[in-house]
Design a protein. Structure first.
Length: 274
């Protein structure tokens, strides 16, 4: 795919996927959606990529749905994501075949093999906030505005925000953010546990990439994949199923070269060379 509104850059063992419509606050369109799906699938399939970083170009992370696109939905009286027209054909979702629950837009992030970190460089609203929430980790600049936004447009919470926000911040806090659609800052998001770390704007991307490199250096790829999948599968199943799968994976992964390498490094008191 020829990227026009997404930038894709490999940095060390990470890929930085940048929403690249700075003149529109990186507002979401069908074209952005299609290119994002393609870029995520490309990164997930690349054996040299260990982590994925998602950020925005310029002053915003993603201000939500593009106002012109929203006006088009209002004129039609229904939603059309435009994915079938973005490149002539429908765009397939990555991260499928792990669990049927993940075979939906944005939920597909849970089926990916690579950890995803959102580097929130500025405002994130509506679908932009959902995008950040479906990352595994969120680093953000202080003072950036966030909002669920949907209520003020007469819409329901977008793309599973009603499911994922309570899991990040608890039901009571999530209800406040969802019912009011109020603006809150990344400082508050950090206090309530939605953001992992606040980082000055000039240091944000470098800090995230350093963290991603440390993550890749200290953990085997298969361990990171297994951890992600089990955490997200456990959100909708019982403890017995979780324990059973952990034992099954444990037995399987103990036969891997990565496990032998990790044990050897431990015995010799050296860091593993994953």
């Amino acid at each position: 795919m020829d990227y026009k509104v997404i930038a894709y850059e490999v940095t060390g063992r990470s890929v930085v996927i940048t929403l690249d419509r700075p003149e529109r606050g990186n507002a979401w369109t069908g074209r952005v959606h299609a290119e994002y799906l393609h870029a995520i699938a490309r990164a997930d399939a690349d054996p040299n990529v260990r982590t994925i970083v998602v950020t925005g170009r310029g002053w915003a992370f993603c201000v939500g749905g593009d106002s012109d696109a929203l006006a088009g939905h209002a004129e039609r009286g229904s939603y059309d994501d435009g994915l079938a027209r973005a490149d002539g054909d429908a765009v397939e979702m990555p991260g499928t075949a792990v669990d049927p629950q993940f075979d939906q837009q944005f939920a597909f992030h849970f089926g990916l093999r690579k950890p995803i970190i959102a580097a929130i460089n500025g405002p994130a609203a509506g679908i932009g906030l959902a995008l950040a929430c479906f990352a595994d980790l969120r680093f953000a600049v202080p003072g950036a505005k966030l909002t669920t936004a949907h209520g003020k447009l007469g819409l329901p919470p977008e793309y599973g925000l009603s499911w994922i926000l309570p899991r990040h911040v608890g039901l009571t806090r999530a209800m406040d953010l969802l019912l009011t659609s109020r603006v809150f800052l990344t400082d508050e998001a950090h206090r309530i546990g939605l953001v992992n770390r606040l980082v000055p704007a000039g240091d944000l991307l470098a800090t995230v990439l350093d963290y991603a490199e440390d993550l890749a250096a200290a953990n085997s790829p298969s361990a990171l994949t297994a951890t992600r999948h089990m955490v997200y599968l456990d959100q909708h199943r019982g403890i017995g199923d979780s324990v059973a799968e952990s034992r099954e994976r444990l037995n399987l992964m103990m036969g891997s070269a990565e496990y032998r390498q990790g044990v050897e490094a431990l015995r010799h008191k050296q860091p593993p060379a994953f």
